[in-house]
Ligand binder design. Structure first.
Ligand SMILES: [Zn+2]
Length: 125
C-alpha cells in the first residue's frame, strides 16, 4: 500500500475522534442528568417496597456514567496532546522507544503516541 498516512489525514482522523468522543460525552451527560435517584426511589414507593432498590440502581448507574464521563474527558486531553504532536515532525514516532508507530496503528488509534510494543503497559491506546 502506497497511500501512507499524511499529517492532513491524521489531523482529520483526530478531529473525527474528538467529535465522536464529545458526542459520546453529551449522550452520557444527558442520560446522567435524566437519572434522578430520588425520583426513581419515589416511583417505586407506590408499589411493593423492596428496600429502595430502584433508587440504588439509579445511583449505581449514575456513578458508572460519572466515571465514564471523566474517562472520556481525559481522553479528550489525550486527543489534544496528539493534535499538538501532529504539529511537529515526530508524530509518527513512538514517544517511548523512538521507533515508528506505524501508519496502520495511527489510522486505527489516532490519539496514540506509542508503538504497539510500548503500548503493552498502557491501558486503552
Ligand atoms: Zn515504542
Amino acid at each position: 500500500m502506497s497511500d501512507s498516512l499524511t499529517v492532513a489525514k491524521h489531523r482529520k482522523n483526530l478531529q473525527q475522534l474528538r467529535a465522536e468522543t464529545e458526542a459520546a460525552i453529551a449522550v452520557m451527560q444527558a442520560t446522567y442528568d435524566e437519572l434522578d435517584p430520588e425520583e426513581a426511589a419515589s416511583d417505586v414507593g407506590a408499589g411493593e417496597d423492596e428496600g429502595g432498590s430502584e433508587g440504588d440502581l439509579t445511583r449505581f448507574e449514575r456513578d458508572r456514567l460519572r466515571t465514564r464521563i471523566v474517562e472520556e474527558g481525559l481522553f479528550l486531553e489525550v486527543i489534544d496532546a496528539a493534535e499538538e504532536r501532529a504539529k511537529g515532525k515526530s508524530w509518527k514516532t513512538c514517544a517511548r522507544c523512538g521507533k515508528p508507530i506505524g501508519d496502520a496503528r495511527l489510522e486505527a488509534l489516532p490519539a496514540t503516541d506509542v508503538c504497539v510494543v510500548c503500548k503493552a503497559d498502557r491501558s486503552n491506546w
